[in-house]
Design a protein around this ligand. Structure first.
Ligand SMILES: [Zn+2]
Length: 213
């Protein structure tokens, strides 16, 4: 019985929060000595229960993966991470989700092409960068649909786009943007700093005034 079990160890990616609470997805998975992962919706699962749960959804032809308890949507990223998908499972997930995701949006289509390594299917039409904020994982941000538009985008506009796409973000003037060694001026453009497609920008929160005193 144990041979197929995917166990979490104490040391996993810092993106994974581990707890010793019983599974919310499988009532029989309640051994209090087993580490389980907390999903973005707050529910707790083992890698195996999550794999089975998501597989069942894909088999039913679902196009999104959702928590069966609270109906909140899970990202494919977290499912891959927390379900510890094997190569075979991941292939199945990619293939099954891929079919439905492509219908949804060009941005997802592009991300998927990148994920699959199937070449830059849409790369010529989408110029995107990644934003690293508060040491969390990098979030993709589509900036423009042409090279010219991309290079003329100001840092201020990038901040605004990121804030619009990210719930709970502070005002633009509370964020410092950094690229490589440069702290970026809001009025300058992407082209000025030689930021390119798929570059990673780091956003740092400015401390409130007087914190250093
Ligand atoms: Zn949930």
């Amino acid at each position: 019985m144990a041979q197929n079990e995917k166990k979490y160890s104490q040391i996993e990616s810092k993106d994974i929060k581990l707890v010793k609470r019983p599974s919310d997805l499988d009532e029989f998975d309640d051994d209090s000595n087993t580490l389980r992962a907390v999903l973005s919706c707050g529910h707790v699962t083992s890698a195996d229960s999550l794999t089975d749960c998501c597989k069942a959804q894909l088999d039913r032809g679902e196009t999104e993966l959702k928590c069966p308890v609270c109906q909140k949507k899970w990202t494919y990223h977290e499912v891959r991470l927390l379900a510890k998908l094997t190569d075979n499972e991941q292939q199945y997930f990619d293939k099954t989700l891929g079919k439905s995701v492509i219908k949804n949006s060009p941005a997802q289509h592009y991300m998927l092409a990148k994920l699959h390594g199937t070449g830059d299917v849409m790369a010529s039409q989408y110029f995107q960068i990644f934003i690293r904020f508060n040491d969390k994982r990098d979030s993709p941000l589509i900036v423009a649909t042409s090279k010219e538009q991309f290079e003329n985008t100001t840092i201020q506009q990038i901040k605004e786009k990121f804030i619009a796409a990210t719930p709970g973000m502070p005002e633009t003037d509370r964020i410092r943007a950094v690229f490589g060694m440069d702290q970026l001026d809001d009025k300058e453009t992407v082209g000025f700093y030689q930021i390119t497609h798929l570059s990673v920008l780091t956003f740092v929160m400015r401390m409130d005034g007087g914190s250093g005193s």
